[in-house]
Design a protein around this ligand. Structure first.
Ligand code: PMP
Length: 305
């Protein structure tokens, strides 16, 4: 179980962890009327500073998710950032963190269309690597990814994760570590909670955000590092299932997953089957920037403590 911080934040007020409760009849619980964010903070042991990674972009995405879900708020992305920083400071946390922000409709009237009251809760929890292993074996799921025609994957809605969970648990039941989902058009989308990249013929490829994926912030980060810092050729294009079988490298990325190599797809080894140099270099560079071990791209780091 994750360690528990003593304080959470609810609607901009610090409250004891135990007091952050939702009624079983609330829309958030009954219909999954909630949108959320997962963010990271990285500690720099040399400077003894803690940096939030791309906080503004996460809160801008939260506001987009809220807009699509018709949840209103008077708070801005800057307000949310300040609240999150206050929360981490109040808990006196000074280590690598995963931070969770949830906006939800806390109404128990049993109506599907309730849009208020909207509550926003925040938690900051110490966390190291997300995956216990250095790489994962994946199954291309028989579950199709939700699509823009029904539950838009672009937003981070809690209900979307029923689809993710079905795919993940099927993959585990079948002896794999994780899943890759195809979209309604048969093209590769993403994993249950991470975007996907592939290296083919030396080109770093990832599906476009119009192919039914979350608009991932790590995905954007890696695209920029790869092209601007490493001079790699990148292609944002649709990906076929069998391309994953013959690619030099395939990997997941996300705030929690960071960069995690995919070692096999449907039991076809990817490359030499032990991860690849592009994923390794991207992970190193990504963490060095996020942790402030290099001074580049200061706009991606927010000093928290
Ligand atoms: N896809 C899904 C479905 C996710 O849940 C996540 C995690 N937020 C990602 C992709 C990666 O997004 P990000 O890099 O913004 O964390």
């Amino acid at each position: 179980m994750s360690p528990r911080p003593s304080l959470l934040l609810l609607n901009a007020k610090l409250i004891p962890y135990e007091d952050a409760r939702v009624h079983v009849l609330s829309s958030a619980f009954k219909y999954g009327i909630a949108v959320y964010e997962g963010l990271r903070a990285y500690a720099n042991s040399r400077t003894n500073e803690l940096y939030g990674f791309r906080l503004r972009e996460h809160f801008e995405r939260l506001l987009r998710s809220m807009k699509v879900a018709r949840m209103s708020t008077t708070f801005s992305a800057e307000d949310f950032q300040r609240q999150l920083i206050d929360l981490v400071r109040a808990n006196k946390l000074h280590e690598d963190l995963h931070m969770r922000v949830q906006a939800y409709v806390d109404e128990d009237d049993g109506r599907i269309g309730s849009t208020e009251p909207v509550s926003v809760a925040m938690a900051a929890i110490p966390m190291g690597r997300y995956f216990a292993k250095e790489g994962v074996h994946v199954q291309v799921s028989s579950w199709t990814r939700i699509s823009e025609a029904n539950l838009p994957p672009r937003i981070k809605a809690a209900a979307n994760y029923h689809n993710s969970r079905l795919a993940l648990l099927q993959a585990k039941a079948d002896g794999y570590d994780d899943a890759v989902l195809l979209g309604a058009n048969g093209k590769v989308t993403e994993g249950p909670g991470y975007n996907l990249f592939m290296v083919r013929d030396g080109i770093l490829c990832t599906p476009p955000t119009t192919d039914g994926i979350l608009e991932g912030i790590t995905r954007d980060t890696l695209l920029r590092i790869a092209s601007e810092d490493f001079g790699l050729s990148v292609a944002v294009r649709s990906i076929d299932r069998t391309e994953l079988y013959v690619a030099e490298e395939v990997f997941f990325c996300g705030s929690a997953a960071e960069v995690t190599p995919i070692l096999s797809v449907d039991r076809h080894a990817v490359g030499a089957g032990d991860g690849g140099p592009v994923a390794r270099r991207l992970l190193e560079r990504y963490v060095a920037i996020a942790r402030g071990e290099v001074s580049d791209r200061p706009e991606w780091r927010t000093l928290i403590a």
